[in-house]
Design a binder for this molecule. Structure first.
Ligand SMILES: *[C@@H]1O[C@H](CO)[C@@H](O)[C@H](O)[C@H]1NC(C)=O
Ligand SMILES: *[C@@H]1O[C@H](CO)[C@@H](O)[C@H](O)[C@H]1NC(C)=O
Ligand SMILES: *[C@@H]1O[C@H](CO)[C@@H](O)[C@H](O)[C@H]1NC(C)=O
Ligand SMILES: *[C@@H]1O[C@H](CO)[C@@H](O)[C@H](O)[C@H]1NC(C)=O
Ligand SMILES: *[C@@H]1O[C@H](CO)[C@@H](O)[C@H](O)[C@H]1NC(C)=O
Ligand SMILES: *[C@@H]1O[C@H](CO)[C@@H](O)[C@H](O)[C@H]1NC(C)=O
Length: 524
């Protein structure tokens, strides 16, 4: 009864109108909406500082809300945890999320997406300067979702229009005497990365990855399929990375991290067409400990981080753990572990625990994710809410298992989910229409934005418990001196009491929605 009274007063949150440009919605039959940006209009979002005694919620929903802002009032707790009856949690329409601000975990590095050839091609296909600027602003600008990470391929990947690597000629050139960047670097990747760096208000961290080196370094003369590095080129492959870092530095692009090779397991699968190179844990350990590590650390780019694995999380137990135990020197050079989301459903997130328990000084970073990669669920689905829910759920789960960030795959693609030279098309958070006259922000864009916009680098995760029943959540203390929680509600509309020490915030969660809540720390 007391609770009922509380709802009447506090769920009547005020809607505030600010200078934000709302979503220009296009309803997609049977799905949610996409937000259309054209020659004259693009939605954006200003983050407001929550005033003392208030909290601000931002809601996106399947019904079509996108970052809908509301202000509410923080109150002294009227409920205690003992009031909760766990048995009734799913039947009641009131749920609780409790936070302990003193129990702190990992610190956030950031969120982002990938600048591939395909992303650059689609970005440049936009026929108007305003639209091109808006796409970059939408991701990196202060009125956008404020990405701080970019991942980019060293040479080609499948999201290129042709396979290529640097120094393909002359063959067997151990000293890499002819290492030059490709036309695609100058036409697509470098200009797009530079535009992102310019739009961002903080330094953008670039993670660079090789899919395949020149074929002469490999045991088989092919871009994909089964191959290994020829052992005589272990040092050459390390030098290949150092040369790339130098070339990009000359273009004003500092490389924050390199990974040890994209998805090394692909190169152990005979029929896969994707650009790849296979590694056994043993040879990988030797490469890191005796070649890549010393080469980078002894160079003028000695602060470039080295990320191991860069493959699905199911590879961690027999891959990273083996490489590290067989060759402990590896741990001297590896700063973190890159993890891809494909097949997360095959392995519980608990396998990540082995990494952060055994190696608390190594960080875990999500380095690739995309929807629409399964044969029976392929390519682009405009307006898909399910795919946005998959993203948000995955980000929450992995942040709750120590990820310091999460990087999406291609920043933008065409309506067919390409171009991709082996037609391995997938979905993207932004789709550029075929004649370059507009781009469409998918629900996934807002899904990632619910984290990236509100969790700047340095945000610390705090202990938070949220009752089940289709609710998932994660909470942080930010360097802006605020408490931020991100919630996924897969079910019907319901109410949630956010409880922090002796304060609480009463929220109404829309049906099938994402909600970010931010309040000033003094109130907590
Ligand atoms: C762009 O979209 C806005 C909002 O729907 C609309 O008013 C405007 O006419 C459109 N502009 C163009 C060039 O299509
Ligand atoms: C050096 O590489 C370029 C392509 O980047 C190629 O055209 C040229 O033939 C190569 N030079 C030698 C000596 O192989
Ligand atoms: C490069 O090395 C491979 C393997 O040793 C050899 O088969 C090939 O002929 C060499 N290519 C050239 C141009 O020397
Ligand atoms: C580091 O670089 C110096 C000078 O370039 C060189 O003499 C030394 O052998 C290098 N050490 C390693 C471990 O590569
Ligand atoms: C790293 O490189 C910088 C120059 O870029 C140098 O000043 C510094 O001493 C190096 N640090 C180590 C630990 O080698
Ligand atoms: C561009 O394509 C859209 C559909 O994707 C169409 O509605 C529009 O008329 C086209 N505009 C031009 C200038 O061709």
């Amino acid at each position: 009864m007391t609770l009922l009274l509380l709802f009447v007063s506090s769920f009547a949150a005020i809607t505030i109108s600010l200078a934000d440009n709302p979503c220009n919605p296009r309803y997609i039959q049977g799905e949610s909406v996409v937000c259309v940006c054209n020659f004259t209009y693009c939605d954006d979002l200003v983050r407001d500082e929550p005033a003392k005694g208030t909290f601000i919620t931002y809601t996106s929903s399947k019904d079509g809300l996108r970052f809908k802002k509301k202000v509410g009032f923080v109150q002294k707790s009227k409920t205690t945890l003992e009031d909760q009856d766990p048995e009734s949690e799913c039947r009641e329409d009131l749920h609780h999320m409790t936070m302990e601000l003193e129990t702190r975990f990992q610190s956030i590095e950031g969120f982002g997406g990938a600048v591939t050839d395909a992303a650059g091609i689609n970005w440049l296909k936009l026929t108007d300067d305003f639209l091109r600027a808006q796409l970059i602003q939408s991701y990196f600008g202060s009125s956008g979702i404020e990405y701080t990470f970019i991942r980019t391929p060293i040479g080609s990947c499948d999201f290129s229009t042709r396979p290529y690597a640097f120094n393909e000629l002359p063959e067997n050139d151990t000293m890499l005497t002819n290492f030059t960047l490709a036309p695609e670097d100058f036409q697509y990747k470098i200009p797009m990365i530079q535009a992102c760096m310019k739009a961002a208000s903080v330094p953008v961290k670039v993670v660079a990855t090789t899919w395949s080196p020149p074929r002469w370094m490999k045991t088989r003369d092919a871009w994909g399929g089964y191959s290994r590095l020829r052992p005589q080129y272990l040092q050459t492959y390390a030098d290949y990375h150092l040369k790339f870092i130098k070339k990009y530095a000359e273009q004003g692009i500092p490389i924050w991290a390199i990974t040890t090779t994209n998805e090394p397991m692909n190169g152990l699968v005979p029929l896969l067409k994707i650009n790849s190179m296979g590694w056994t844990p043993g040879l990988m350990g030797k490469y890191i400990a005796e070649h890549l590590g010393p080469t980078i650390r002894n160079s003028s780019f000695n602060s470039t981080k080295i990320l191991a694995v860069d493959d699905q999380r199911y590879t961690i137990p027999f891959w990273f753990n083996r490489a590290a135990s067989d060759n402990p020197e590896v741990l001297k050079y590896v700063d973190g572990v890159g993890v891809h989301w494909y097949g997360d459903f095959l392995t519980p997130a608990a396998v990540l625990k082995e990494v952060y328990k055994k190696h608390p000084d190594k960080f875990l970073l999500g380095t690739e994710a995309s929807a629409g990669y399964l044969p029976y669920d392929k390519s682009v689905i405009l307006g898909s809410w399910r795919r946005a829910e998959d993203y948000v759920s995955n980000i929450i789960e992995n942040l709750n298992h120590m990820y310091v960030g999460w990087i999406d795959w291609n920043l933008c693609l065409d309506p067919a989910g390409g171009p991709n030279w082996i037609r391995n098309n997938v979905d993207s958070a932004i789709i550029v229409n075929s004649n370059g006259t507009e781009f469409l922000k998918q629900p996934m864009f807002y899904g990632i934005g619910h984290f990236s916009k509100f969790l700047p680098p340095g945000s610390r995760r705090v202990e938070a418990r949220v009752a089940g029943c289709g609710l998932e959540g994660v909470a942080f203390l930010t360097p802006r001196n605020t408490v931020v929680a991100v919630l996924l509600n897969r079910g019907k509309a319901r109410r949630l009491l956010l409880q922090i020490e002796d304060k609480e915030a009463a929220l109404s969660l829309e049906a099938k929605s994402f909600t970010t809540v931010e309040m000033s720390q003094e109130d907590a």
